[in-house]
Design a protein around this ligand. Structure first.
Ligand code: ADP
Ligand code: MG
Length: 697
């Protein structure tokens, strides 16, 4: 048996279990061994039955003196019950919904019981405990039992049994270079898997997991380093900084750049002067002013005679960039195109800065010939037929929204060298992770907000205060403000009763409701992703031009949308969103010099929901909230595979600073001796497959 042996060829796994395992994405013996326990039970501390006086968690061993099954009078739940006796006394045990246990466990058998003891009418009882039958007490001594997540009809006990049998038969080889294993005093690969599933002690299980984490971080580090070496050998497009032009642009702005913006712009300009392609992430909270920094880079590139492109994750945002950036660049007689897949546009100097519609073919043609120097767009930019003549800069706005392959494709558009890459994001990356991913790469942070910004007053609104909130909003709108209402869904739920979404407001319903019953005096429109582009465009335009007072929308306005006069953000079903996402919504207001407000309505108000949402009241920066999300929801949820192409398990490991540093040092050591990994072919294969999925290509 080896790692790729299909589960169908493993003893004791029949067709039913094959199906169940498949649902857990377990198809091979290797998958089984990488199906890790999520915790361990430590049965080494035993209690004698007579010394249990209080509720709590206990482990006892004894003999089964009675066993039976039945159903409860109330709700007819099935149960199995037993009495277990040791030399000091007896205790009752009950398992609900497991009637078969009364057959599996026999009177007179020796058994270990471990779990919660609860006080019931009949005295203290074990309820739904773990059990294990044994013949000799000695076979149980100091036992640490792995507990696997029980899903899809696969029990932890069964998995334990199967995995044990696989471990006995499978052939395994060391997967890391031997010198690394020795130097870092790691368990060998086979030993690590053995100890994860059949630990000799909790400490040993921990050491085993550390070995696996180390390996993953090592692979990630090695792939990053190889990537760095690769990029440094590529020919880039050096762009001389156009200091005068940039000063001209900056002095024409209606505001002063913040120090942080200046610093970021300077770092980018310096980077682009180099022979090697830039790969820089520009990180800054919502509203910190990343766009203008990007425009500075664009101006430098175009004035040096090259082309630039900017990709945005939504049509609404691409169009906004087109409108705003084209306005700024017009003074420099720069043509700007908009490619979104449906209605394409051009703003050209021949037309004195006016915007015209243009066919997609023409737009693509102009770009290819180099007649158009700046093309803004959505994913439509990735199509093969979009080509550039001399592309020197690729900008990705809200880069976490893009898949890894898309990024790679944009950068490989035919041109004289590999273009510089500037990714922008408002998603903050915790420090440990930034160190890991960008320690050797470039990161610019805008850690300062434009001065005039007033903090947004945020309120959680319980149901009975809803009307009060509406009156307040009415007053604000009458004073000239505009409001966003965000809803979690587009349409009404088909079946309200049965759907989790049943209670959640939809954009359509909410618009009707607000227009008819709450704010009949105001002009209300709606926006969601399924609308036609022309429609979306008109609605955004009307909102921007203050023709509409209230815009009811889905999360399409989450990223990037910039409406200065909007002062109210209302979020319905706030409990459905992550904190960082709520912070993004909130960032849509508070851009003018008036006081702005954010109201959070939830469709259910548990203590837990309230507590989570309260984080929005106290911490103001996206960084704090991201840390909080990390704490409450875990790294997997927060970053997501989608975002970085890094599996959750590695993500967890990345939080261990010293492990990360050791793995990084080790990767450097190996690559210093053998930069192509010629002496480590199997390692090379694994590193290459990681590289292909990382976003840094
Ligand atoms: P984000 O970083 O979220 O992408 P934007 O670039 O959209 O933010 O900027 C938000 C708003 O702030 C825009 O209206 C922009 O013109 C304005 N802005 C940018 N920099 C400054 C500044 N230094 N002072 C005042 N306003 C600024
Ligand atoms: Mg933005």
């Amino acid at each position: 048996m080896n790692f790729s042996t299909p589960v169908s060829q493993i003893q004791n796994i029949g067709p039913v279990y094959q199906k169940r395992l498949e649902k857990l994405k377990v198809k091979t013996a290797g998958d089984l061994l990488f199906h890790f326990p999520y915790r361990y039970e430590d049965f080494s501390k035993r209690t004698s039955v007579s010394s249990i006086f209080h509720e709590g968690r206990y482990t006892v061993t004894g003999e089964v003196s009675a066993i039976s099954s039945g159903r409860t009078a109330y709700r007819r739940l099935s149960y199995s019950r037993a009495t277990v006796k040791d030399s000091t006394g007896e205790i009752k045990v009950v398992w609900f919904n497991q009637p078969y246990l009364s057959k599996a466990i026999k009177k007179g058998e020796k058994i270990l019981i471990s779990g919660k003891v609860i006080r019931t009418k009949e005295g203290l009882q074990f309820v739904n405990p773990f059990y294990e039958k044994f013949e000799k007490e000695s076979s149980l001594r100091n036992k640490i039992v792995p507990i696997y997540p029980e899903t899809g009809g696969v029990s932890s006990k069964w998995l334990s049994f199967i995995i044990k049998s696989v471990l006995e038969k499978i052939k395994m080889k060391e997967t890391l270079p031997q010198e690394i294993v020795e130097k870092n005093k790691l368990y060998s690969f086979p030993k690590a898997l053995q100890e994860i599933h059949l630990p000799s002690s909790l400490a040993s299980a921990k050491k085993a997991q550390k070995r696996i984490s180390f390996e993953r971080v090592f692979l990630l580090q090695a792939s990053l380093l190889i990537q760095k070496i690769f990029l440094s050998q590529q020919k880039g497009v050096p762009v001389p900084s156009q200091v005068e032009k940039i000063q001209d642009l900056v002095s024409g702005l209606p505001f002063q750049l913040t120090q942080a913006q200046k610093k970021a712009a300077w770092q980018i300009l310096k980077d682009m002067e180099k022979e090697t392609p830039m790969n820089r992430l520009l990180e800054g909270d919502v509203g910190s002013g990343k766009t203008i920094v990007a425009v500075i880079a664009v101006l430098a590139v175009i004035k040096a005679g090259y082309q630039a492109t900017l990709m945005a994750p939504t049509e609404v945002l691409a169009r906004q960039h087109f409108d705003e950036i084209a306005k700024l660049l017009w003074r420099f007689k720069i043509d700007v195109g908009l490619l979104t897949g449906k209605k394409d546009k051009l703003r050209s100097k021949k037309l004195k800065g006016d915007t015209v519609e243009i066919s997609k073919e023409k737009l693509i043609e102009k770009t290819k010939k180099g007649e158009l120097s700046f093309l803004i767009g959505t994913h439509a930019l990735i199509q093969d037929k979009v080509k550039f003549k001399n592309l020197a800069l690729v900008i990705l706005d809200e880069q976490h929204r893009f898949g890894v392959k898309q990024r790679a494709k944009l950068c490989l558009k035919e041109s004289s060298g590999i273009p510089h890459l500037l990714s922008m994001t408002a998603t903050p990356i915790p420090r440990t992770l930034a160190l890991t991913l960008y320690g050797d790469l470039s990161l610019s942070v805008i850690d300062e907000m434009p001065e005039e910004r007033k903090p947004i007053i945020t309120k959680l609104v319980p149901p009975k205060k809803r009307d009060e909130a509406y009156s307040f909003i009415r007053k604000e709108i009458k004073e000239g403000r505009q409001a966003f209402f965000i809803c979690p869904r587009i349409e009404e739920a088909a079946n309200k009763e049965n759907s989790v979404w049943g209670n959640l407001k939809s954009v359509e319903e909410e618009k009707e409701h607000l227009a008819k019953e709450i704010f009949p005096e105001f002009k209300i429109e709606m926006l969601h992703g399924k609308m036609k582009s022309a429609e979306k465009e008109k609605i955004m335009k009307d909102f921007k031009n203050k023709k509409t007072d209230i815009l009811v929308s889905t999360s399409v306005v989450e990223v990037g949308v910039d409406i200065r006069n909007a002062g109210i953000m209302v979020i319905e079903g706030a409990e459905m969103f992550g904190l960082a996402q709520l912070h993004q919504f909130r960032g849509r207001v508070g851009r003018g010099d008036f006081q702005s407000y954010c109201f959070l309505f939830a469709s259910s108000w548990s203590e837990k929901i309230k507590k989570r949402l309260e984080a929005l009241l106290s911490s103001k920066s996206g960084f704090d909230l991201a840390e909080k999300d990390l704490e409450l929801r875990g790294p997997g949820d927060f970053f997501g595979k989608r975002q970085w192409g890094i599996p959750d398990f590695t993500m967890d490991a990345l939080r261990d600073r010293s492990l990360v540093e050791k793995a990084r040092e080790s990767a450097k050591e190996i690559l210093l001796k053998d930069s192509q990994l010629k002496n480590h072919p199997s390692l090379k294969k694994r590193v290459d497959s990681i590289r292909q999925n990382l976003h840094l290509e």
